[in-house]
Design a protein around this ligand. Structure first.
Ligand SMILES: Cc1cc2nc3c(=O)[nH]c(=O)nc-3n(C[C@H](O)[C@H](O)[C@H](O)COP(=O)(O)OP(=O)(O)OC[C@H]3O[C@@H](n4cnc5c(N)ncnc54)[C@H](O)[C@@H]3O)c2cc1C
Length: 324
């Protein structure tokens, strides 16, 4: 069985950023991702000639470390500024988008990384000073350290399947982290939307919280919007999905002033962290005799693209120091 320095569970943004930085620090790594593609919540979809961002719609860059990376991405054409002026707003941080779509940001970072797709981590077990991880496809990987970058409830699921006991304070920190859920409806319109330039609208007090016009954004050649819901998951989890979709579409059509011709839906169970950790990553083996076990992701360094990036960046340095 192959042994790597670090097994990274989850190939969303935080996972690939950590993977790249660990590889640059000459660590041997393996990433595993349960889905058929990388990027996690940096996701896009294409159907019937339309193209959509289905998860994160844009990102901002406030930390100077992140800003440097973003400037390089802008220079190489991986990222474009979507807008930095918004009607009625005095000044806004530039809103960036991936080019052609958000997922390219993760793909671009992951170019040289060893990633096993369709490989869901089920359990981790301690074998002396190292970890053994078991997967849905019956494979196993041995590693000196593990980094879990899934949404925290999914990380807890792996830990709980594994008979791994964390320090009580660490466990309390993780149990406090919660997420909101969101339906994303990707809709093709019968004509261009009337959503004001630059093609986004944020809505308070409605069943819809956000609409992006993917045509104005420069992603889709034909009129197509991404509609994000504003629903309490627990309240609506037993609702009829068709009724729910229709209510969301009816509401969005008020803003787009165009009819939805066809649509697809994606449900994000863990869309954005509501409660976050105070640190940029969690060293979960602290005060135990477990081998290195780290958690990273947007629940630690901020509930957005920039937070996921910074968490992956700093956890990689901590793991490198730990293994040296
Ligand atoms: C609808 C929506 C809109 C958003 N809008 C914005 C926005 O406008 N601006 C912004 O900055 N941010 C936005 N965000 C948030 C942003 O997308 C996230 O903060 C960021 O992408 C999170 O990255 P991550 O690496 O922490 O997690 P993820 O992207 O969730 O990556 C985790 C990965 O782990 C994988 N995984 C899970 N369990 C397992 C397992 N057992 N084994 C293997 N792999 C596993 C998942 O498939 C996933 O690929 C939005 C998110 C959503 C859903």
């Amino acid at each position: 069985m192959r042994c790597v320095d670090v097994l990274i569970i989850g190939a969303g943004l935080s996972g690939v950023v950590a993977g790249k930085r660990l590889l640059d620090a000459r660590k041997t790594i393996q990433l595993v991702e349960k889905s058929a593609s990388i990027g996690g919540r940096l996701a896009n979809k294409r159907f019937d000639g339309a193209f959509f961002d289905t998860g994160a719609q844009f990102f901002t860059a406030k930390d100077p470390v992140f800003q440097n990376f973003v400037s390089d991405w802008v220079s190489s054409g991986v990222v474009k500024e979507w807008y930095s002026d918004y009607p009625g707003a005095l000044s806004v941080h530039p809103r960036y988008r991936g080019s052609p779509a958000m997922n390219i940001i993760a793909k671009n970072i992951a170019t040289r990384l060893p990633i096993k797709l369709k490989t869901k981590a089920l359990r981790i077990s301690r074998e002396g000073e190292i970890w053994k991880t078991s997967f849905s496809n019956d494979e196993e990987i041995i590693s000196k350290a593990i980094l879990i970058t899934t949404p925290v409830p999914q990380a807890i699921e792996i830990i709980d399947q594994s008979n791994v006991v964390l320090n009580k304070l660490v466990r309390k920190r993780l149990d406090k982290i919660s997420y909101e859920s969101c339906y994303a409806i990707m809709a093709i319109l019968d004509k261009p939307s009337k959503i004001p330039s630059p093609g986004s609208i944020s809505i308070a007090d409605d069943i819809v919280s956000w609409i992006s016009d993917n045509q104005q954004k420069g992603i889709s050649e034909i009129p197509a919007i991404t509609i994000l819901s504003n629903l309490d998951y627990l309240e609506y989890k037993n609702a009829d999905i068709k009724d729910l979709e229709q209510s969301i579409i009816d509401s969005a059509e008020k803003y787009s002033e165009a009819k939805v011709k066809s649509y697809q839906t994606h449900f994000w169970r863990y869309s954005k962290p509501l409660e976050q950790d105070a640190q940029r990553f969690v060293e979960a083996n602290i005060n135990t005799s477990l081998p290195p076990l780290f958690l990273a992701g947007d629940a630690m360094a901020g509930p957005r693209v920039e937070g996921a990036f910074m968490s992956g960046f700093y956890v990689a340095d901590a793991i490198t120091n730990n293994l040296s």
